[in-house]
Design a protein around this ligand. Sequence first.
Ligand SMILES: Nc1ncnc2c1ncn2[C@@H]1O[C@H](COP(=O)(O)OP(=O)(O)OP(=O)(O)O)[C@@H](O)[C@H]1O
Ligand SMILES: [Mg+2]
Length: 210
Amino acid sequence: MSLDTQWVLAWIKNSQQAISDARIELIDLDRKIGDGDHGENMDRGFVGVGKAIDKDEPVDIQSALKMVAKTLMSTVGGAAGPLYGTAYLRAAKACDGVEQLEANDVAALLEAALGGIQARGKATEGEKTMVDAWAPAAKAAREAADDGASAEDALHAAAAAAREGAEATKPMKATKGRASYLGERSIGHLDPGAVSSAILLEQAVEALDG
Ligand SMILES: Nc1ncnc2c1ncn2[C@@H]1O[C@H](COP(=O)(O)OP(=O)(O)OP(=O)(O)O)[C@@H](O)[C@H]1O
Ligand SMILES: [Mg+2]
């Protein structure tokens, strides 16, 4: 399967389902180092995205990602809403005129999303945020693209790196966002935003099988 409009629509639909399935998990993670709203926020956001897509099906990758951005921005709230909104908006911009993503485009999309998150939240790697999922994902996709990998393989590498990155937030001490209020006590828990990010990127891979 190619990474085209059908793929991006499948990615979005799968994301809605996967975030709904992970709602309790994300709530529990956010209860440990935040205020417990991340699962609820994300689920509300992706239900909104699903409705928006059903109402007015996007015709290309860019408009689909833009629709996700606008909906998440207006429905998720908290810290994650503007962060994810900016990520998908920058990702959309990176797909201007792209009908089918090649490995380079996958890397560019992820780099753009990461750039958006960092422009908005000012976090760098190691601060126990969603950056710790997106940064290794973008890097893995770029390395795969440079090695001549297919778009599918670049995406696979990115999703695996995002999951590893999310797992690696456990021993980190949070220095950004609400979790940073806990200082040392944030150590020993996964960052909810990094976990939701890994879930979303894994769904991009799942959508290839659809
Ligand atoms: N500055 C930041 N940069 C990147 N990611 C961040 C930043 N601040 C928070 N996050 C991410 O947002 C996630 C928390 O999202 P959530 O939806 O729970 O918002 P929140 O922290 O409850 O927001 P608020 O404090 O405004 O209610 C964290 O797990 C982290 O991954
Ligand atoms: Mg929260």
